[in-house]
Design a protein around this ligand. Sequence first.
Ligand code: SF4
Length: 411
Amino acid sequence: MPDKPLIRKLKAAETLRQVMGDYYQRLKNAQDSGEQRVAWCSSVGPAELLYAMDFEVYFPENHAAMIGASKKANQYIPVSVANGYSPDICSYLTSDIGAFLKGETPLKKMGLDSVPRPDILVYNTNQCREVVDWFKFYADHFKVPIVGINTPLNLGEVSPGTVKYISDQYRQLVPVLETVSGRKFVPERFKAAVGLSRDACELWKEVLETAVHRPAPINFFDASIHMGPIVVMRGTSYALEYYQLLLSELKERLKDGVGAVAKEQFRIYWEGMPLWYNLSLLAKLFARLDACVVASTYCNSWIFDDLDPDHPFESSALAYTKLFIVRSDSVKQQLLAEHLDRFSIDGIIYHDAKTCPRNTNNQHGLQVRLHDLTGVPYLEISGDLNDSRCFSREQGIIAIETFLQQIAMDK
Ligand code: SF4
């Protein structure tokens, strides 16, 4: 008799493929027909405003993650390095620009010969400054405008003054977007997009929160794939419809007691970015060790439930500034402690990503302070999001196996 599968695939994955394929087809159509303008947006940038102004919106980070998952980043990073980018900076940036310079893209399998040509690039530095350098390369290449929102970092409280500072910047984008899109800004359309985004974010939150149950019906590795629509289509009905479908499948799993992995003995929290080139390897490893990675900072980062269609500018400013990555270590520590408790976590794994210090939270003592506060054991793994040369598979596997053995002994 064949072994029972250790990982249970979600049926919604088939629909997800279609939804993401349709999204890229809309970008291709916009470019081919010239009837709609294309805006490039950073992953936690003002997507709702861009969709409200009738742009098709393309997210280079989603493209870079696809390059990582295709295991080809290491062919492209040296091309960027040869063009003056350090191998130590964001490997999303270096693999994406390297692929572009080499004339390659994983979008070919979706019918696009290249990344869609931007009419404008729009960023928010809430995640990092690297997005500006990244977008500036393409703005210079295509000779199109680049605009953005500059967000202060390391915030404790998000004060009304900060919200005003950001919402003013949102408002200042409008005339530029009107000029590029050739469309007038219609407040009702922005409110509608913010409402759609908020509703999709609430569904995404519900999806992730199903994992508070034992066994968890979804794990970090599934969620890293199924987060595609909330990253690239929030502000549209496509994301909303997709998460209704996914959530109903997860509720079925809860009813039937079906977990994401065959046996869930240990519940793990993942802090940091995915290792895109080894997502499947790690998913299988944890399943083999009877462990489920039930929650993560990364996937939680697209829950913008402060969005409020009645106050679209101010609530966008608030939601995109309350983000985990924007906050001070003491706020992060508090948020992590709440997650560890809420998801009944046995251990936390910090991915120390070589080229993304912004999404790495174990470099300034937070891991020790959180351990002192909660007693939850932790493991630190050196790696990277796209540059697989930074991750030793053998050492990583042994470290994870040993960590879980220690947790088992302490249980
Ligand atoms: S947050 Fe990290 S991975 Fe994302 S664009 Fe910035 S540096 Fe790159």
